[in-house]
Design a protein around this ligand. Structure first.
Ligand code: NAG
Ligand code: NAG
Ligand code: NAG
Ligand code: NAG
Ligand code: NAG
Ligand code: NAG
Ligand code: NAG
Length: 724
């Protein structure tokens, strides 16, 4: 599905160069923009990051004007800079003391509203409006459409006092008491011309707006998870993708501006190591300031190991269905009706039209199927083009066909089409194909899309990126799944609805799918939790969301936890979890000590002796994470893995929890102690979980759940062992 690129709104990585600065590279050398990550800001008050950054550049370049090489300085929330460097200079920098990492500033590609009702989170849930209006959600995305009704500030008072940000949206861009801040790091405006950022911002924290629909489909009230919260928009993505140096600059600002939650629906195709991963770096420094980051898992499924959001301090979100699906029917000339996947708002006057196969309508012999520029307008005029290529409807529309029938591997999600068109699973496409073959005059009628009930929901979408985690296999990623299929939310009225340049439709509310859409749902829930527990750490909020998650319907043969982590988000339960797994900055530092050299960890943490014997290392398996995973080497005859954990009581002061193991697999799981008795709130108790069993063949897994119950609360952690 990643091939669908913009259709899926999965902004992934592409190379972005600061074009305006190219002229500065007078020394005829190829310069590229690199990020030079220097870790935490020194505590020294006299430290001047900018002169430090220029000083470093001076020491490694022969260029006569080193300061012209500087693209950005990160200096508000962490230390580092982006600069245009030659290969040689990059090499010199990488070996320099004080430098954690040097990596290319690539471009990440960007990857409603019944969805909240489906989560049992109705408009009438108990809220703390006064506290909620003090919550600021930072949205790092493609900007925002400030005039959208979803961001009107009717009924909002002035921005919270803690807000230190600005409204620097560029020409003709005005903030208000709802949209309290805007900055841009790409283009010359924070205005959203793509639609993605407007959509995600309104899903996280948009106002309730009644009677919206997508051309009559999915009619209802669009709203965010925390409608009274404020929004700050940080634009790092344009139509070509999202610049990595911009993503870091946005984190640097958002943290210092005083946002409470960050939502970032941007992912790369593969997970870089943490110290070269802009989202992991930004989210780490956000975590230090007690800001939780919700991040899309990515739209690179169903391939295994496709999840790129892998750091344990991030909440990584998969995408799943809701109980409503958009489908589109086709009636063939032989009377057979087939159900396809598309969001098709257009009708063919109830009439049947001739079907023609793409391969029989080619403009030239070098062409195959419905590739760009391949269809002959004369041959497709007045006809419905049939071709296997998933995005064939774009070319069919371009060539002037009246409709299109294509094939898709992801028939569990519908995308907007520019003309009457739909996509079939390979099996149904074959039915169309044999009908075509069976008659001299094949006919078909494509109906308008309709909404159907989906009894299998929630199921994880085929496009959703999955584990295992390539960097730390012992940390299950994604962490959670949330609605990300056919979500209606606010849109930019100047953005295109499809990849077709002939599609001139514009809307204020649009239906999109992707982990980009599920991510802000989780950010909204995190913000909601924060309104009840303003002092909870990011880890406690994350733990609440994970340990209260509900079941996901199994539609695939792969390991379920790699699709959905702890399960399907349940906002109302998440606000009152009973117990939480706390993870401190120190815990993460100890974990980093087990995977990076101490010098780097010293810089990242700002601590002189982060990995000393006293503080020590912590292996990933023993990080106090709300899920548990361990790996076993294949061909060992038996295994035994021990997980050490600590839980904190946030439920009832006097409470006694018992350990329950739910397991269908033939492994032995022991919890010691089996009973945890608390006498007060915030009291902590530790326990060990030992999983043992016979050797496992390569690639296999066993999974179970540990549930702590006290009669009121159920605190569930998946326990997963896999061979690798
Ligand atoms: C400012 O933006 C709004 C919304 O796009 C537009 O209607 C208005 O004409 C713009 N004003 C100027 C002066 O460009
Ligand atoms: C359709 O997909 C193909 C292959 O993924 C790509 O090369 C082509 O540019 C796409 N066409 C359009 C119009 O997006
Ligand atoms: C189409 O028909 C021809 C001959 O009638 C047959 O050989 C071929 O297998 C058919 N193809 C399909 C896809 O049904
Ligand atoms: C799972 O999906 C099937 C249909 O595929 C449905 O019949 C079943 O009720 C679903 N199970 C749950 C627990 O929702
Ligand atoms: C799981 O695999 C079996 C055998 O390969 C197959 O028959 C079945 O359809 C698969 N189930 C799903 C839900 O993919
Ligand atoms: C899902 O079902 C398949 C068989 O239908 C099974 O092999 C697989 O283990 C199940 N996954 C989970 C997570 O239950
Ligand atoms: C907890 O229970 C003990 C005895 O069982 C009792 O003395 C104490 O008051 C209780 N504390 C609270 C906060 O309910």
């Amino acid at each position: 599905m990643a091939k669908h690129g913009s259709l899926l709104y999965a902004f992934s990585i592409i190379l972005v160069l600061a074009v305006s600065l190219l002229s500065e590279a007078t020394d005829q050398e190829d310069r590229k923009t690199y990020i030079v990550y220097l870790g935490s800001l020194p505590k020294d008050r006299l430290f001047s990051p900018l002169s430090h950054h220029v000083g470093i550049l001076e020491s490694i370049t022969e260029s006569s004007s080193p300061s012209n090489l500087l693209v950005r300085s990160y200096k508000r929330s962490f230390n580092g800079f982006a600069a245009k460097l030659t290969d040689q200079e990059r090499g010199r920098l990488a070996n320099m003391e004080g430098v954690v990492s040097v990596f290319l500033s690539t471009t990440y590609q960007l990857q409603t509203t019944r969805s909240w009702e489906f989560l049992g989170f109705s408009e009438k849930v108990k809220r703390n409006p006064t506290v909620e209006s003090n919550v600021i959600v930072g949205v790092i995305d493609s900007g925002i459409w400030p005039e959208s009704n979803s961001f009107s500030d009717e009924g909002f008072g002035p921005a919270p006092k803690k807000w230190k940000g600005v409204c620097k949206g560029g020409f003709n861009f005005t903030c208000n008491n709802k949209l309290i801040g805007a900055r841009y790091y790409i283009d010359s405006t924070a205005r959203d011309e793509v639609g993605h950022g407007t959509h995600t911002a309104s899903t996280a924290a948009g106002n309730p707006v009644e009677h919206v629909s997508f051309y009559g489909l999915a009619q209802g009230t669009a709203r965010g998870g925390v409608p009274s919260a404020r929004i700050a928009a940080y634009k790092v993505c344009g139509s070509e993708g999202c610049s990595v140096d911009g993503i870091l600059a946005a984190f640097d600002d958002a943290i210092a501006d005083g946002v409470d939650i960050i939502t970032i629906s941007i992912a790369s195709e593969t997970a870089p190591p943490f110290h070269e991963d802009p989202i992991a770096i930004g989210a780490f420094h956000a975590m230090e300031k007690r800001i939780l980051t919700s991040n899309s898992a990515g739209n690179y499924g169903p391939a295994e190991r496709s999840v790129s959001s892998v750091a344990p301090w991030i909440l990584s979100v998969a995408a799943s269905s809701t109980d409503h699906r958009i489908i589109d029917k086709v009636v063939l000339g032989n009377g057979r009706t087939l159900v396809g996947s598309s969001v098709n708002t257009l009708e063919l006057n109830g009439m049947s039209y001739p079907l023609i196969e793409g391969k029989d309508a080619l403009r030239s012999s070098g062409c195959v199927d419905c590739e760009d520029g391949c269809l002959d307008p004369d041959l497709v005029k007045g006809k419905i083009v049939v071709c296997r290529q998933a995005n064939g409807s774009i070319e069919a529309h371009h060539a002037g066909a009246i409709g299109a029938i294509t094939s898709t591997t992801g028939s569990d999600v519908s995308f907007i089409v520019p003309l009457p068109a739909t996509s079939f699973s390979s099996k149904d496409y074959d039915v169309v194909h044999s009908y075509l073959n069976s008659t001299a005059k094949p006919l078909g009628n494509i109906l308008k899309s309709e909404v159907i009930k989906d009894l299998a929901a929630p199921t994880v979408a085929s496009f959703s990126s999955r584990g295992p985690n390539n960097i730390l296999p012992e940390i299950i990623k994604p962490d959670i799944t949330a609605p990300g299929v056919e979500i209606l939310a606010a849109f930019s009225p100047v953005a295109s609805l499809t990849d077709s340049s002939e599609d001139l439709r514009h809307v204020k509310y649009c239906m999109l799918s992707g982990t980009s859409m599920s991510c802000p749902h989780v950010a909204g829930v995190a913000a909601y939790i924060k309104t009840f527990h303003p002092n909870w750490s990011p880890a406690a909020i994350k733990s609440s969301i994970m340990t209260t998650a509900g079941p996901v319907n199994n539609t695939s043969n792969s390991t379920g936890e790699f699709l959905y982590g702890s399960g399907h988000i349940n906002p109302l339960k998440a606000v009152d979890p009973g117990l939480v797994y706390e993870t401190s900055k120190d815990d993460y530092i100890k974990l980093l000590c087990s995977i990076l050299d101490e010098a780097s960890v010293r810089l990242i943490s700002g601590d002189d002796h982060p990995c000393s014997a006293k503080t020590g290392k912590k292996y990933p398996k023993d990080l106090n994470y709300p899920s548990m995973a361990g790996t076993v080497a294949p061909r060992t005859s038996s295994f035994s893995l021990k997980f050490h954990r600590t839980v904190k009581n946030v439920g009832l002061a006097n409470s006694t929890y018992k350990a329950n193991i739910i397991s269908k697999s033939g492994v032995d799981i022991k919890v010691v102690p089996q009973v945890l008795s608390f006498k007060s709130l915030n009291e902590e108790k530790t326990f060990d979980v030992t999983v043992s069993g016979r050797g496992m063949p390569y690639g296999s897994h066993v999974s179970a759940s540990l549930v702590w119950t006290d009669g009121t609360y159920s605190v569930r952690s998946p326990v997963l062992v896999f061979s690798l």
